[in-house]
Design a protein around this ligand. Structure first.
Ligand code: 2PG
Ligand code: MG
Length: 429
């Protein structure tokens, strides 16, 4: 038996950052090493995402994962025993075939993803390599531009404001470490401003400050003030990124902004956002329109895509076919890459390959429900994606990922290249 042959696959229930159950998988190989990974979970999910299999019923609010864990024990483990963990494509193909549905609703994408990522970790351990190097070889030297949340909102803050994420990027930082230094100062300054205003109310789901604002725009104003207060030039050194997550309040071409007490159609929504782009140093907007509004995406991208990164999350759900279709109609210029939207590493990677084919940029992203698992950081570096979004600059399920990227940058030493502002997606004219 080869050293990378799988001898056992274990599934277990562990707990995520919201105190909800989630799935961990652990794979042991004949050579004596093992790999482990935990599936994350979203709150603002796209309807085209693979299924996060939950038990329903009353225990833990219906979020229990005994069925997904049982799927690992009863279906996945026997089928994968003896397979080569180093052959990710064959292993993921087996998972896909075993499940047999379009959406992974039989085994659960939480079960298949945990197993898929655990196999990658086991294979890297067998090769005696860190995961990013085992994925990308010697060429894996690109440290991503981090997109870091300062204020949480939307579904991550009880819909206190409509926009889900108010984030910053540091395009002028010289290294990943420096981008974190700068962000730490902005995060602190934002907290101090909230305290001064008497509106400091703790943090939202991903560690960003609680958004006690009267309008969405007030959050943007506060963010610019925080950047200045921290001593940086807004736009040039530290710029703003938004995740509007418009599928949460838009459907059928109608957008209901609760905070503004306004309902806009697609054109109105686009004009509304363009107004913000004119007034604030915004370089990236995710899900500006809803997932069911491809024409809106195309119109928005036509209007601003040459100077603003337009990111599809719910709109593209890390799906290669959707990325190609979006490119054909001119919608978005960047794909958010979330492994649990597909349920295997191979399918997730296919979305990034499709993005490169069509000239889109990419952002590897965590979910709002996270754990200590840092696999996505290795995917970002190993695949050379160029951007990484894992929530805010607080709480260890977030910090674990930023810290892992610091370790990778240090290990690469002089070979490390920081993606900086060049990683941002732009539409070619
Ligand atoms: C998003 C993510 C992360 P969720 O919309 O980009 O912020 O949120 O995991 O809840 O889908
Ligand atoms: Mg999003």
């Amino acid at each position: 038996m080869s050293a990378t042959a799988i001898t056992s696959v274990l599934g277990r229930r562990v707990w995520d950052s919201r105190g909800r159950p989630t799935v961990e998988a652990e794979i042991a190989l004949a050579g004596g090493v093992s790999g482990r990974a935990i599936a994350p979970a979203g709150a603002s999910t796209g309807s085209g995402e693979a299924v996060d299999l939950r038990d329903g019923g009353s225990a833990f609010g219906g979020y229990d994962v005994t069925r997904a864990v049982a799927a690992i024990r009863d279906a996945i483990a026997p089928a994968l025993r003896g397979m080569d963990a180093a052959d990710q494509a064959a292993l993921d193909a087996r998972l896909i075939a075993l499940d047999g549905t379009e959406s992974k609703s039989r085994l659960g994408a939480n079960a298949t993803l945990a197993v898929s990522m655990a196999a990658a970790h086991a294979a890297a351990a067998a090769a005696g390599q860190p995961l990013y190097r085992n994925l990308g070889g010697e060429a894996a030297t690109l440290l991503p531009l981090p997109q870091i949340q300062i204020f949480g909102g939307g579904a991550h803050a009880g819909r206190r404001v409509d926009v889900q994420d108010f984030l910053v990027v540091c395009p002028a930082a010289a290294s990943f470490a420096e981008a974190l230094d700068w962000t730490a100062e902005v995060y602190r300054a934002a907290g101090a401003l909230m305290r001064q205003a008497g509106t400091l109310g703790g943090v939202a789901d991903e560690g960003g400050w609680w958004p006690a604002f009267r309008t969405n725009e007030q959050a943007l104003e506060m963010l610019v003030r925080a950047i200045e207060q921290a001593g940086f030039a807004p736009g040039r050194q530290v710029a703003i990124a938004l995740d509007v997550a418009a599928s949460e309040f838009g459907r059928g071409g109608r957008y209901r902004l609760g905070l503004e007490e306004r309902e806009l159609d697609t054109t109105g929504m686009i004009e509304f956002l363009i107004g913000w782009i004119r007034a604030y140093p915004i370089v990236s907007i995710e899900d500006p329109l809803a997932e069911d509004d491809p024409e809106g995406f195309a119109a928005f991208t036509r209007a601003v895509g040459d100077r603003v990164q337009v990111v599809g999350d719910d709109f593209l759900v890390s799906d290669a076919a959707r990325v190609r279709a979006a490119a054909a109609s001119g919608g978005a210029n960047t794909v958010l890459i979330k492994p649990n939207q597909r349920g295997t590493l191979t399918e997730t990677r296919a979305a990034w390959d499709a993005a490169r084919e069509v000239g889109y940029a990419g952002i590897v992203s965590a979910r709002s429900g996270e754990t200590e698992d840092v696999t996505i950081v290795h995917l970002a570096v190993g695949w050379g994606v160029g951007q990484l979004k894992v929530g805010s600059f607080a709480r260890s399920e977030r910090m674990a990922k930023w810290n892992e990227a610091l370790r990778i940058e240090e290990a690469l030493g002089p070979r490390a290249r920081f993606a900086g502002g060049t990683a941002l997606g732009r539409s070619r004219r």
